[in-house]
Ligand binder design. Sequence first.
Ligand code: PMP
Length: 307
Amino acid sequence: AITETDYIWMNGAFKPWHECTVHVLAHGLHYGSAVFEGIRCYDTPDGPYTFRMADHMKRMHHSGRVYGIDILYSTEVLMEASRALLRKNDLRSAYLRPIAFKGYGDIGVAALNSPIEVVIAAFPWGAYLGDEGLRDGIDVCVSSWNRLAPNTVPPGLKAAGNYLSSQLISQEAKARGFAEGIGLGTDGLVSEGAGENLFLVHNGALYTPPTAASILSGITRDTVVTLARHMGYTVVEQTIPREMLYIADEMFFTGTAAEVTPIRSVDRFAVGNGERPITRAIQDAFFGLFDGRTQDHWGWLEPVGTE
Ligand code: PMP
């Protein structure tokens, strides 16, 4: 269940959590016409800092642009509203969920004149795939459902409708006793998890599917690619055939919610010999950004600050 906080920012104003409702005939509810983001705020030794918020807000604007969901608030305004929301709710560590959607007014599919509602919520949210998963790794499967094909519902945008595919993959995985599912593209090549990007280690190098492989170009994926190269690892963005999953030495998921979560088995094949030196080094570098062990050379962290 979601942990409620006091306020939500809705269309420019802070409102009490329970007053932030929409009409049952809102367009986004019927047709998936919403674009959103997930952003984390970490409680660092220097106080609460948001992580790559500008990149997330920019991606939400880009997603909205393609769907005709015009977000009237600039990324700067959304960022300032997010910081103010975190302060108002007294949150030090949180998950932020900005969303923009076609609201109530037009029930036609195109709904070119729908009002666009913009909302930001912030609430506490721990490890998406569990603290145990972060430490010991998770068991995953390859889904019988393929991921979205390019030129259909674009997988590179973060739109609500994409998560129907994610729900099929994730629900099937859980029903079969796995923590999460991996989707293959319609070309049969590896794409991503239901809500995570995928990396594997092969002969000491890191591999991840390219942005053309029916994936969301994750901001955590970019963070890991950047950190890994900075640490001297070779990172190869290339198409990954399914069988490579079963012979990888190490494997992990990345995502804002999932952070860096090791994978210990795929379709009941144990990953490597169970040791994860490279995954561990990447996890240390990633989580080190938030406890001061890793220097932020890239300007990814921004203080929530005081009023
Ligand atoms: N793929 C999908 C389908 C996702 O939902 C997410 C989570 N936003 C990711 C990848 C990871 O993206 P990010 O690192 O930007 O959170």
